[in-house]
Design a protein around this ligand. Structure first.
Ligand SMILES: [Zn+2]
Ligand SMILES: [Zn+2]
Length: 555
């Protein structure tokens, strides 16, 4: 009898002890009900310091409306299947905004050796399963294997933010332009991230007016021109039937078609390759300019160049036709234009470098870098529209120059010893809280140079020219983000419409509505109004539900 009692007591104690670490969905401590935050860490697998800093970043991410991320680290969930557990927990807590379903649950189960991402429906486009898996494999699992959960979750969050803000999860590697280049993105992802004005705007490059003032008036300030987005597709669309057309042997018709094709392509090239002059309105109601839309210093609208190319082409073709008796067909016109473009782009690149040399001769390497970064950013888009090997070559040269400028050693102004550049992970101590947020938003990358002899430090900012963030007029950090865009009055074929874009700062409390104009509709295109809302409640999750997407890794 005593033995039985003893056994009973022991088994009771064991089951109590067991229950303490084996969690079921219902008894995972909900951070929202335990003083706020986004992290459930009942077994203290993360250090308190990490929980604090991660929570700050997660809060910024949530307020930006990008994603509501919950992180859960448990020693054990018993016999439960981790992916199934994650799915149930996601829906039990209702992570993510009700409307946008932007929830992400990151679950680590120590004894099962499993790391699971569960995404809400609204996040599946930006964080497809394969990206979730890559983030786990590249940025989390290696640290988890070494038992360094703090670093695993820190790096994992950086990678998730990078994916959400710039579409490139590999934040520490050289950014692949393919991922960022919006022209290559899927149709509906682009529409989501773009204000209405662009959807409603005319899409055919052929409609571009040659009068710069007229073209600018039709365009809402602070937005990219519609042709820069529509151009690559319309080029492909026009090219494929054109090639078939040439096979029919209709000489004059196909030659005319080739000319028209080049006219459209040239216009698209000009607007992208040479950027645009933006008349910047000053004052409260000027729409904030996104970093990626900032004008660059050396590329100008090349209207003269456009004229020059077509004039030269016509003269050359006329010469060949009348004097040499050539047959002018699709091929002659196409090849002729191509050669002219090749020559012209060489000339343009030369002009850019002369302008840059003149303007940047007396500037320090930091300022030079910023200018070059903008120019490279504009040129980068052009290389897809007009993929000529030498444009890639020029860009590679520009990149090498920028790397040199950025890593050029500095000397300490106090003791003239050489400064040394700190590694990315050691920088945060020397940066202001706001600067760390800017880095997390992928808006600015800071380099910190430190003197070993005296205590001098030099902090240099490198703006991310691909960022969709704008400078906050209140706190001046690059932390102003477009929150939502609502069409108030639709554009009709008779008059222009307008809408309101709300911008909010992730650092200070600045929030402002900017009015934008939607150009008059020329034909059947119409805009659909969409609005997004961000959740910032702290006592509960947003009310989202899981879309079943995500990934899971073992170690
Ligand atoms: Zn020094
Ligand atoms: Zn601000």
């Amino acid at each position: 009898m005593r033995n039985v009692l003893y056994l009973l007591l022991v088994s009771l104690l064991m089951s109590c002890a067991g229950q303490k670490t084996k969690y079921s969905v219902e008894d995972v401590p909900d951070p929202k009900k335990n003083g706020g935050g986004y992290i459930s860490n009942p077994d203290h697998l993360l250090s308190d310091g990490t929980v604090g800093s991660l929570n700050e970043k997660l809060s910024a991410l949530d307020k930006s409306g990008k994603a509501q991320v919950a992180m859960v680290l448990l020693k054990s969930i018993g016999e439960n299947e981790p992916t199934d557990f994650a799915h149930k927990l996601f829906n039990y807590w209702k992570i993510g905004d009700t409307a946008t379903n932007n929830g992400l649950l990151v679950l680590l189960v120590e004894d099962a050796h499993r790391l699971v991402f569960e995404t809400g429906k609204g996040l599946e486009g930006e964080m497809p399963d394969v990206i979730c898996f890559r983030i786990q494999q590249d940025y989390m699992i290696p640290y988890i294997k070494n038992g360094n959960y703090d670093q695993a979750f820190g790096e994992g969050l950086k990678s998730v933010s990078a994916q959400l803000y710039s579409g490139n999860y590999a934040f520490d590697k050289d950014i692949q332009p393919e991922v960022e280049d919006r022209s290559l993105m899927h149709e509906d992802t682009r529409q989501q991230s773009e204000p209405q004005g662009l959807v409603a705007a005319p899409a055919a490059p052929a409609e571009i007016t040659t009068d710069p003032n007229e073209a600018e008036a039709a365009m809402p300030t602070g937005m990219s021109p519609p042709e820069s987005i529509a151009a690559p597709e319309s080029f492909v669309d026009r090219l494929s039937p054109a090639i078939d057309y040439s096979k029919t042997g209709d000489f004059s018709g196909s030659a005319f078609f080739a000319g028209f094709l080049w006219l459209a392509l040239s216009a698209a090239m000009m607007s992208v390759f040479f950027g645009k002059r933006r008349k910047q309105k000053k004052g409260e109601d000027a729409m904030p300019v996104k970093m990626k839309d900032m004008p660059n210093d050396f590329l100008r609208p090349g209207l003269a160049g456009l004229f020059l190319i077509h004039a030269t082409a016509i003269v050359a073709l006329a010469y060949l036709f009348f004097k040499k008796g050539w047959t002018i067909n699709f091929l002659t016109v196409f090849v002729g234009y191509y050669i002219l473009w090749v020559l012209f782009i060489h000339l343009a690149v030369l002009v850019i470098f002369i302008r840059a040399k003149k303007a940047l001769g007396d500037k320090d390497s930091h300022e030079q870098w910023q200018s070059y970064a903008r120019t490279a950013h504009k040129l980068r888009t052009a290389k897809y529209i007009f993929p000529l090997p030498f444009l890639w070559f020029y860009l590679a040269g520009l990149k090498r120059r920028m790397d040199r400028l950025r890593n050029e050693p500095h000397d300490c102004p106090n003791c003239s010893h050489p400064l040394h550049k700190l590694a990315e992970k050691d920088e945060d101590v020397y940066l202001k809280k706001e600067q760390v947020i800017e880095e997390d938003l992928m808006a600015v990358d800071y380099d910190v140079w430190k003197c070993d002899t005296c205590d001098y430090k030099l902090v240099l900012d490198y703006t991310n020219v691909r960022s969709a963030m704008s400078e906050c007029p209140h706190c001046s950090y690059i932390s102003l983000e477009c929150k939502q865009s609502v069409t108030k009055k639709r554009a009709t074929t008779r008059e222009a419409g307008w809408g309101v874009t709300t911008y909010a700062c992730a650092i200070c409390s600045y929030k402002h509505d900017y009015r934008f104009v939607i150009p008059r509709i020329s034909e059947s295109s119409s805009s659909s109004s969409s609005s997004s809302s961000s959740s910032s409640s702290s006592s509960s999750w947003g009310g989202g539900s899981s879309g079943g997407g995500g990934a899971s890794s073992s170690w």
